[in-house]
Design a protein around this ligand. Structure first.
Ligand code: R5P
Length: 261
């Protein structure tokens, strides 16, 4: 790994803890104004001080985030299909390496659709973008297992995550499952856990804690933060769980203490 990529890694994975809290707020690229992100800027800005990285599209970053803001950016670089379209998740490249560099991004996230009809297209496009990213020391994160009906168990997630690493991913984002340690064991690059659909705050904290115990280096969490009853309190609880190594119950107490009302 060259100096530039190491330096970018040190910006998103805190060297003191070896962990990261990425805030995933890219959902609009296929969902439009999803619940909690209707007013994207209003929802995201109060959360920025507590995250280590913002994962979003170039369009929202450019339109809504002041360039003076001190937060590392990972850009969503796949897309092109919507939740209401015929070929949902038949994604292609939506952001060039030049634009990532122009925006001073640390890297990008790209969905590979292992097990779907168009897996070949998404995996080959991801690999092409990895080739280009490596010329400039940008970090490539593969996003696995987005979509329904995939049977997101350890066997599937290990397959998808391992394939992501084999095709050049520097980080893999995947979902939590029973026997999550098998997914981590099979993947030679760091794994961050996606949060998935909204669940009660204590359950989300337990899930993130379990993922960390089983080897994830952090989370790239969205809905369980921005759809929380109190997103600012929730992100502080998730942060304490990740960086201060507290237990889920303590993190939940912190959430309740910080929550307004
Ligand atoms: C999936 O690709 C989305 O773009 C999100 O980035 C991802 O699902 C993580 O967010 P959440 O925690 O809401 O699942």
């Amino acid at each position: 790994m060259d100096w530039g990529m190491k330096n970018r890694f040190s910006k998103i994975i805190r060297p003191e803890t070896g962990r990261t809290l990425m805030l995933a707020v890219d959902h609009g690229y296929f969902l439009g104004p999803t619940t909690g992100l209707e007013n994207w800027a209003g929802a995201v800005k109060p959360l920025i001080p507590y995250c280590d990285t913002l994962f979003a599209t170039r369009g929202m970053i450019r339109a809504c985030i002041d360039p003076n803001t001190n937060v590392p950016i990972m850009l969503r670089a796949s897309g092109g299909t919507s939740i209401v379209g015929k070929e949902f998740l038949h994604e292609g490249i939506t952001c060039s390496i030049e634009d990532m560099l122009r925006m001073n991004a640390v890297g990008f996230g790209y969905s590979i659709t292992v097990g779907m009809e168009w897996e070949r297209d998404t995996i080959l496009d991801f690999a092409k973008l990895v080739d280009q990213a490596e010329r400039y020391g940008l970090i490539a994160m593969a996003v696995t297992a987005v979509g329904k009906g995939l049977g997101k168990d350890a066997r599937y997630l290990a397959l998808a995550s391992r394939m992501a690493a084999e095709h050049g991913a520097h980080i893999v984002k995947t979902y939590y499952c029973e026997d999550f340690e098998k997914v981590v064991e099979a993947c030679p690059v760091p794994i961050v856990m996606a949060g998935g659909k909204k669940i009660p705050e204590l359950d989300a904290l337990k899930m993130a804690h379990d993922a960390l115990q089983k080897g994830a280096i952090g989370v790239d969490m969205g809905r369980n933060i921005f759809q929380s009853k109190d997103p600012v309190a929730m992100i502080q609880a998730v942060r304490a769980l990740i960086h201060d190594n507290i237990k889920p119950k303590e993190a939940y107490e912190l959430f309740k203490k910080k929550a307004k009302g």
